[in-house]
Design a protein around this ligand. Structure first.
Ligand SMILES: *[C@@H]1O[C@H](CO)[C@@H](O)[C@H](O)[C@H]1NC(C)=O
Ligand SMILES: *[C@@H]1O[C@H](CO)[C@@H](O)[C@H](O)[C@H]1NC(C)=O
Ligand SMILES: *[C@@H]1O[C@H](CO)[C@@H](O)[C@H](O)[C@H]1NC(C)=O
Ligand SMILES: *[C@@H]1O[C@H](CO)[C@@H](O)[C@H](O)[C@H]1NC(C)=O
Ligand SMILES: *[C@@H]1O[C@H](CO)[C@@H](O)[C@H](O)[C@H]1NC(C)=O
Ligand SMILES: *[C@@H]1O[C@H](CO)[C@@H](O)[C@H](O)[C@H]1NC(C)=O
Length: 552
């Protein structure tokens, strides 16, 4: 058995030298970590090789221990959907598209996904065997059709679902759904109309929303921003993105809530990339060669910060469709995307094959939020790839501290002989600490309440300077269309015991600072990060949950 497995491994690596860490069976255009060992990926029916029940699968579970995937059954089409994890640890996928009948077939295996709600209950199987996605479109569906919506977990552990479109959009949002709704539903299932979304048509697909530590939601769409009070149901206009830069689909920049730190958890939003092109010309008048924006804009969401407005910084290069990953040491990895063009397929005047974008950016850049203005971007030690990750790519931090990279398909079907092919190769970007002797944590409780001191065992390599200690609680978010919705990093106050064998940290003060759900706790000592341990944060009940912990 052993030697057989060994031979198989050996021959695989000899035969497939360019396959870095396996290949997915679908395009990984949506990616979310659903357990310490499993990533769930979603796509559509467009000729992907992965099969289930005699037809193409469009959902796949990726086992991080073996770097192999298995198909998962779904009922409706998950293309350009969003999702997040609820306060009880259940992952929900929302929205999707109308199916297309595959070439040579008379029916599609997938149903209309625009009102889709798909439930992935917590699944203990490390390999994903027997983990299922539940769907019953007749009884469980959104209030309205939403293709290209965003969704984020809010303070009561439910999901806020933002915008989207009703119908196929070749480029601009031509059939906008300018409203919010929730899962589980609020307001007896009625949607809430959003003047902000109406104003930001036609570049308001996949709005970027952030749950702030006071429970309000900051939303970015097109070149505008707003503060939404979920409880009072009011929108307050916030400063627009400077210099007319547009940052949502189909002019995808990306955005993140920067790490929150005790004692005040002052929220700051960073928005990077996108395009300063006009949104008032037909897409055929735009070019795949139009330079992407190199602008990053940062704002502190306090009365003083709002008064001061956005501070502009410049990345080393422009990026359309970048993504940002919050690293456990508080730095922000900016990765993927293109130097020119736009998101979406075959709609500009001069697409490259089907791709509206060109000039893939192959080297990531690290942003240090705490460095002085002008000194925040660095590429020291960051590797360059030769795999383009353009439209329909997915990326996520994993519990090992590595970055999982997959997908890219700027094509309507599987294409293997274009400049920008359908990409099935999986890569991992391994930070320098992954090859070092690292701190290890053990003895975690499975669940912790807010505002509690928690003590765990720690083993620290002798060469690390323990005066430089960070403990981060991370939600890795849901990656779709150049955005990690619900992604969040909260630093925790922490202290080592005198003998350095015990680590005590204080959980977030309340469910608004960290919307309740499982998170991963990482410790970084002397810039060497441990693996992340999954812990349920809060009471673990089904949403909506009551306020917990102490107010700020
Ligand atoms: C999956 O289900 C099958 C059939 O019920 C069972 O035989 C198998 O042990 C299960 N596998 C795991 C990993 O739970
Ligand atoms: C949404 O799209 C469907 C076709 O899929 C169409 O029948 C319907 O009228 C559209 N609704 C709106 C509000 O645009
Ligand atoms: C945002 O875009 C709209 C539509 O193109 C434009 O009218 C408006 O002036 C822009 N706002 C800013 C602040 O650039
Ligand atoms: C638009 O963005 C491009 C690329 O970053 C830049 O060269 C140009 O100066 C910008 N134009 C304006 C009016 O800001
Ligand atoms: C946690 O421990 C610290 C240090 O002993 C103490 O100051 C703090 O009050 C404790 N916090 C809670 C929530 O118990
Ligand atoms: C979590 O809550 C959702 C929404 O009510 C529900 O569908 C799901 O079954 C719940 N999961 C668990 C594990 O309780």
């Amino acid at each position: 058995m052993l030697s057989l497995a060994f031979c198989r491994l050996l021959s695989l690596s000899l035969l497939l030298p360019s396959l870095l860490n396996g290949t997915t069976g679908i395009t990984a255009l949506e990616v979310i970590l659903v357990s310490p060992t499993l990533i769930l990926m979603m796509d559509r029916v467009s000729g992907d090789p992965l099969q289930i029940d005699g037809h193409q699968a469009w959902v796949e579970l990726w086992d991080l221990e073996t770097n192999t995937g298995i198909p998962v059954n779904a009922v409706t089409d998950t293309f350009c959907a969003s999702g997040a994890v609820l306060s009880n640890g259940t992952m929900v996928s929302l929205g999707g598209e109308t199916p297309e009948i595959p070439a040579g077939e008379t029916t599609a295996p997938d149903g209309d996904g625009r009102m889709g709600i798909r439930i992935f209950e917590p699944c203990a199987s490390p390999s994903g065997d027997n983990c299922t996605l539940f769907e019953d479109p007749a009884t469980l569906h959104l209030a309205v059709t939403r293709w290209y919506p965003s969704s984020l977990r809010i303070f009561d552990g439910s999901l806020m679902i933002i915008g989207g479109t009703n119908a196929s959009t070749p480029f601009y949002n031509v059939a906008p759904e300018n409203s919010f709704e929730f899962f589980p539903p609020k307001d007896n299932g009625q949607v809430r109309f959003s003047p902000f979304l109406e104003r930001t048509v036609p570049v308001n697909l996949f709005p970027r929303g952030f749950a702030l530590p006071d429970g309000k939601v900051f939303i970015v769409a097109n070149n505008e921003t707003v503060l939404y009070d979920v409880e009072a149901q009011t929108e307050t206009v916030m400063p627009p993105i400077p210099n007319g830069v547009r940052v949502t689909n189909p002019m995808d920049g990306t955005a993140t809530l920067l790490p929150l730190s005790p004692p005040d958890y002052v929220p700051e939003i960073l928005v990077c990339g996108g395009s300063n092109s006009t949104d008032t010309v037909p897409s055929a008048d735009l070019s795949s060669q139009d330079p992407a924006s190199d602008q990053c804009s940062r704002i502190t969401v306090t009365p003083e910060g709002i008064e001061k407005g956005w501070i502009v910084e410049r990345m080393p290069e422009g990026r359309m469709m970048p993504e940002m990953i919050l690293m456990p040491n508080g730095k922000v990895l900016i990765i993927n995307g293109a130097g020119t063009g736009y998101a979406a397929l075959h709609s500009v005047g001069d697409p490259i094959g089907n791709s509206n974008s060109d000039h893939p950016v192959f080297t990531p850049v690290l942003y240090d939020p705490n460095a002085a203005l002008g000194e925040r971007f660095s590429r020291e030690g960051l590797p360059t790839t030769d795999i383009a990750r353009l439209y329909h790519s997915g990326v996520t931090l994993t519990p090992s501290g590595s970055i999982f990279l997959a997908g890219s398909n700027p094509n309507p079907t599987v294409v293997e002989s274009a400049t920008f092919n359908t990409e099935f190769r999986v890569q991992f970007l391994n930070p320098p600490f992954t090859t070092r002797s690292r701190p290890t944590l053990s003895g975690f409780p499975e669940q912790v309440a807010f505002n509690q001191n928690v003590t765990v065992d720690i083993d620290i390599p002798g060469d690390l300077d323990t005066s430089n200690l960070q403990v981060a609680l991370i939600d890795m978010g849901f990656s779709s269309h150049a955005f990690h919705s619900s992604s969040r990093l909260v630093f925790l106050n922490a202290k080592l015991s005198a003998n350095k064998k015990l680590l005590t940290f204080t959980t977030p003060p309340n469910n608004r600072v960290y919307p309740p759900a499982p998170g991963y706790v990482f410790v970084t000592i002397d810039d060497v990060t441990s693996t992340g341990t999954r812990v349920m944060i809060g009471n673990g009940l089904s949403p909506p949950v009551a306020d917990q912990g102490v107010p700020l």
